[in-house]
Write a protein that binds this ligand. Structure first.
Ligand code: ZN
Length: 467
């Protein structure tokens, strides 16, 4: 039986939750109970909100549901899908969409008993894990904590401390199993999002913020014939360099002025001498110039795809996908990658990304598996729900070029009801390059040659489709 008192306390909890999360922030207004710049920034950007009385309550704990809300706001994840597999998160839970999003991206996980425990406090270790999984920090100048050795999140905590996300702690302990305060959660989140807040930056290992691409690049260059190459603020040697590149570094070329190339990297935008740069200019003549191509390396993260003969599908298809991305970019195409690292975007997200971007085509990359180890060869799938005819054409071109390049058995193209080819609105195809369950093809898959040949074949197939 539910008493009136219980009803009232639930009502109060709900009001508190709604007001602490849902009140829109008033940008510019300073928070009364914290002067942490990081928190103010997150507040101004509507990532954290205040309680009803306008306070931030820095020492208050963060529930797991609240953590999910702040993460999704910060990372701008879609929260439309409110389905979760957890017995304690119904789809009408206020944070269901947020919980779906962070679990789907692998940032947070539930418990063995199929619960998520949304109202339990978020732990300091869980916070480090979520941020690491999203940002893949790779710092080196570690602060050592005396209490994390052997802890299941110790490598995440170490990477975050090495990247300036976690600073010095009292007693040199991190206390991974204690609940995280709102202040600490906000600090770590802000430092992950904005590099200027990171601590201990002297060693220069911090990752700079990705600059927004403003000017469209005309080509792609690589530093050659010199161990270092100065980057200058303007096309002359009059001014001090703003930094330097190392041999082998890759840059985007924005423009050419005399012997100077205007370049952009993740760290710099400036001018370098063209004498030490090999430039591949984007091919404006290519049939791919200006086209938007969605490339979908299958699986990823917790979903490795099939594994056989020492070949892990998620790894091979990502490598092929990244090579294909580079080739497409050089041809002047805009490339949308559904993943560029080892994580698992849901099938819905992959499709949504391509549909929302208005991609011209969608190509999903996989490798095949069969119980019969003698099965071998290449096959490509499509679906006639959207862009009938064109999807089959795309599949046909990819199939032809792949069989030719990899010298595999031609298993043909097939109309199948696979989610990613059915739900994408543009012409789409799913390539099964070869069989990892076949010993011979698996050996080939392990080589650079296979990955280069596969990306080249897919590139040629895409090019042929647009001709
Ligand atoms: Zn697959």
């Amino acid at each position: 039986m539910v008493t009136a008192r219980q009803c009232l306390s639930w009502f109060l909890i709900i009001v508190l939750l709604v007001t602490s999360l849902g009140t829109p922030a008033s940008a510019g207004e300073s928070l009364p109970d914290t002067d942490a710049e990081e928190v103010q920034r997150l507040y101004d950007e509507d990532i954290v909100t205040t309680f009803d009385d306008g306070t931030f309550r820095p020492d208050h704990h963060v529930t797991r549901a609240e953590a999910a809300v702040m993460l999704t706001r910060a990372l701008e994840f879609s929260t439309e899908n409110t389905w979760t597999s957890f017995s304690d998160v119904e789809s009408d839970h206020y944070a269901a969409g947020h919980i779906h999003a962070v679990v789907d991206r692998g940032l947070m996980t539930g418990y063995q008993d199929d619960t998520f425990q949304p109202e339990s406090p978020m732990l300091r270790g869980e916070t480090a894990a979520a941020l690491y999984r999203q940002f893949q920090f790779d710092g080196t100048d570690y602060v050592s904590f005396s209490d994390i050795e052997g802890h299941h999140y110790s490598s995440y905590i170490t990477s975050l401390s090495g990247s300036g996300i976690i600073g010095e702690q009292p007693d040199s302990t991190y206390r991974p199993d204690e609940s995280v305060t709102r202040l600490d959660f906000a600090n770590m989140l802000a430092r992950s999002l904005y590099s200027e807040y990171r601590v201990d930056k002297e060693d220069g290992t911090d990752e700079p913020e990705q600059p927004e691409p403003e000017t469209e690049a005309i080509g792609y260059g690589e530093v050659v014939n010199s161990p270092t190459l100065n980057v200058r603020p303007d096309p002359s040697t009059d001014q001090e360099p703003i930094g330097s590149l190392a041999e082998g570094d890759e840059v985007e070329v924005l423009d050419r002025t005399g012997n100077w190339a205007e370049i952009r990297t993740d760290a710099y935008e400036g001018y370098v001498s063209q004498s030490y740069l090999i430039v591949d200019y984007y091919n404006h003549e290519s049939s791919l110039y200006g086209k938007t191509i969605a490339v979908d390396p299958g699986h990823g993260g917790e979903d490795p795809g099939a594994e056989a003969n020492g070949v892990v599908e998620k790894e091979v298809v990502l490598d092929v996908g990244l090579r294909l991305e580079e080739e497409l970019r050089l041809a002047g195409a805009n490339v949308i990658m559904t993943r560029r690292s080892d994580w698992f975007p849901s099938l819905e997200e992959r499709v949504q990304e391509a549909n929302q971007a208005g991609a011209d085509i969608f190509v999903s990359i996989h490798t095949n598996a069969a119980a019969a180890t003698e099965a071998s060869g290449t096959e490509t799938f499509y679906n006639e729900t959207n862009s009938p005819g064109q999807s089959a054409d795309l599949a046909g071109e990819l199939q032809e070029k792949t069989v030719e390049k990899l010298n595999t058995v031609d298993r043909g193209i097939h109309d199948r009801n696979f989610y990613v080819v059915r739900e994408t609105t543009m012409p789409s195809a799913l390539a099964e390059l070869a069989f990892k369950t076949n010993a011979e093809e698996a050996e080939y898959m392990k080589t650079d040659q296979f990955r280069e040949d596969s990306s080249e074949a897919l590139f040629e197939g895409i090019e042929a489709f647009f001709h």
